[in-house]
Every structure is written in structure tokens, then in C-alpha cells.
Design a protein around this ligand. Structure first.
Ligand code: DAH
Length: 339
């Protein structure tokens, strides 16, 4: 009997050594240690032994079975631990893997130039104001001294939303909106988007940006206009930049001028950018037409003022040496990264 018990121990150990899964382990438990298992069979056989032999073999069988139990338990813990380890390995984060790189964005060149323009005028005491991009004909034309039949309405190839309502063709209507709400003295700039029914090419876009300016007070003269705008050109394009005021026409100013700077590309010698003239037009301006003041009920005997409007894309093109306006709106990162 002792041999049989030892043989069972050997078989048990051989089998348990090969086990890797909890299912196999459970089967092994039933086979050897279960109520109908191989150890039970031995106990049953022992019970038919003569009484004096029973204690000795009984004791051996008990010991071997208890050993088998504790070996089984050890194996069970081993398998659980293995399972944990495999799980951990699967879920592990590889901290040696390089992370995803996020490149930092940049301000659009138009925004950069707008920021510069704003800074210059704010430092001179101008306030920044906003106006709607969808305007009425009254603000976009009429109150700026362009009545229904004014030829300028054709020139400003307008985009209409519905009868009498349009996308503003310039930022000048903000002048009217400000003057309706505030009495002089005032000094404002109004940066923003404008829209015209223009086909896209190197110097045209149906959407573009302008900065409008308006200063009204007692005793404002053309000298103030010249002083402020010359200062602006010097800060924007360099203190050496030559500035020229050329007579022009706008319905909302009288007299009107166009302001040119000496060509930044050829320094006035004449090139394709300045069309051999040596000068580049950068803004329109003038003394506010008293008829505009009448629309907002300002006392035309007491107050005078000057106004100006500039195209932001044009200034950005000259500052950065860009020859095609389309680049601003294509959003090609290779272009945008350079600013
Ligand atoms: N609104 C004009 C345009 O879009 C620009 C302009 C010219 C604005 C003269 C002004 C001004 O305020 O005085 O072409």
C-alpha cells in the first residue's frame, strides 16, 4: 500500500508540473483530491485493512494527501500571479516611446499687421471700435454722402443680402455709427473685414481687411491729418520713409487725398511693383465732408475732423514683400510658418 501511495504522489507531481491554466488545475483537483478522487479510493481501500495496520498507512496517506493539497495551493497562486503579470505586461505603457509632437501655432500675418496698426493708433490716443459686417445702404452709402445714383455705388461692386442690406464694402460706415452715439471730441479706429464682388487675383479678394480712422474736434485741420498719417507711415515702414499726399476724391471727405509712400522695393527708382512710379499708394484720407456731419447732426460750424481708410492686406504685402494676396487666404502652412 505504501508503494501505491508513493506512486500516486509521483504521478500527481508529474501532472501538476505540466499545468499552466486554472481549468487544468481544477480538473487535477477533482481527479486526485475530489470526493471521488484517487486519494479517496486509497482511503476507502485502507478502511478494509486489518485494524492494527490502518494507523500507519492511514498516517502516510494523510500526509501525502496534505502535501498534495499544499502543492496544489502553491501552484494555484503561481498561476494567478502569472496571469496578473501577463495582464500587466499587456496594459503597460511604454514610457520610452516618444510622445506625439504638437507644433505651436502662430498669428496670421494679417493679424500681426493689424496688431501693429492698432498699437500705433492706440499710442496716439485713438480708441478701437467695432461695427457690423452686414450693413444697411444707409450706413454704407447714404450717410457717407453717396446717394442712390452716386457712381461710387457701382465702383464698390456690392454684395447684397437683400433689398437695402449688404455686406459692407468698406469700414467707413463705422464712422457714422460712432458719431450717432458720441459727440466730439472723438478719435477712433475701426478695423475689420470688408466684402466686394471682385474676382480673385493677385491683388483682389472678395473679402479683405481695412482699418478706418476718424478724429473730430474743434479746430482740427489738414495739418493734423498730415501729422498723424506721416507719423503712422514712419512707424509702419521706417522713419526714413518718404510720404506723399496726392489730391483725390471721396464723397465723404473734402478735400480728399491719397497717401503714398516711396516704393519699399526699389527705394523710389521705379520697378514693377510701383509700376515705375517710385511710389506706392497705401491709404485714402481727407477732411470729413460737412454733409456727413449733417447726417449725424454735428455742428458743422464748431467741429471739423479728418478720416482715413487703409487696406490691411496691401500694407502686409509691402511690409513682408509678398506679391500675391491669395497667399493670405490659402492657409498653406509653409507660408504661414514664416511669420
Ligand atoms: N472707404 C474708402 C475705400 O474703401 C477708403 C477711405 C478713403 C476711407 C478716405 C476714409 C477716407 O475714411 O477718408 O476705398
Amino acid at each position: 500500500m505504501a508503494d501505491r501511495i508513493e506512486e500516486l504522489r509521483k504521478l500527481f507531481r508529474q501532472e501538476i508540473a505540466r499545468i499552466t491554466t486554472p481549468e487544468e488545475l481544477e480538473k487535477l483537483r477533482i481527479k486526485y483530491l475530489g470526493r471521488k478522487g484517487l486519494f479517496m479510493e486509497i482511503f476507502k481501500d485502507i478502511s478494509s485493512f486489518p485494524a492494527e495496520q490502518r494507523p500507519k498507512v492511514g498516517e502516510l496517506a494523510n500526509r501525502v494527501r496534505n502535501d498534495a493539497f499544499s502543492e496544489w495551493n502553491t501552484k494555484k497562486k503561481e498561476i494567478e500571479l502569472k496571469k496578473e503579470e501577463v495582464k500587466e505586461e499587456k496594459e503597460a505603457i511604454d514610457i520610452t516611446l516618444p510622445g506625439k509632437k504638437f507644433s505651436l501655432g502662430k498669428k496670421h500675418p494679417i493679424t500681426l499687421i493689424l496688431d501693429e496698426i492698432k498699437n500705433i493708433f492706440v499710442s496716439l490716443g485713438f480708441r478701437i471700435v467695432d461695427g457690423p459686417e452686414v450693413e444697411t445702404e444707409y450706413y454704407n452709402f447714404e450717410a457717407l454722402n453717396m446717394d442712390l445714383h452716386h457712381p461710387a455705388r457701382d465702383m464698390w461692386s456690392t454684395l447684397y443680402i437683400k433689398e437695402g442690406v449688404l455686406l459692407r464694402t468698406h469700414t467707413s460706415p463705422v464712422q457714422i455709427r460712432v458719431m450717432e452715439k458720441q459727440s466730439p471730441p472723438l478719435a477712433i479706429i475701426a478695423p475689420g473685414k470688408c466684402y466686394r464682388r471682385d474676382a480673385v487675383d493677385a491683388s483682389h479678394s472678395p473679402m479683405f481687411h481695412q482699418v478706418e480712422g476718424l478724429l473730430v474736434d474743434e479746430g482740427v485741420s489738414f495739418a493734423h491729418l498730415k501729422g498723424v498719417l506721416t507719423h503712422f507711415c514712419h512707424r509702419m515702414f521706417g522713419a526714413e520713409t518718404k510720404v506723399r499726399f496726392r489730391p483725390s476724391f471721396f464723397p465723404f471727405t473734402e478735400p480728399s487725398v491719397e497717401v503714398d509712400i516711396q516704393c519699399v522695393i526699389c527705394a523710389g527708382k521705379g520697378c514693377s511693383v510701383c509700376k515705375q512710379s517710385g511710389w506706392l499708394e497705401i491709404l485714402g484720407a481727407g477732411m470729413v465732408n460737412p454733409r456727413v456731419f449733417e447726417f449725424v447732426k454735428y455742428d458743422t460750424k464748431k467741429y471739423t475732423g479728418f478720416a482715413f481708410g487703409m487696406g490691411v492686406e496691401r500694407i502686409a504685402m509691402l511690409r513682408y514683400g509678398i506679391d500675391d494676396m491669395r497667399l493670405f487666404f490659402e492657409n498653406d502652412r509653409r507660408f504661414l510658418k514664416q511669420f
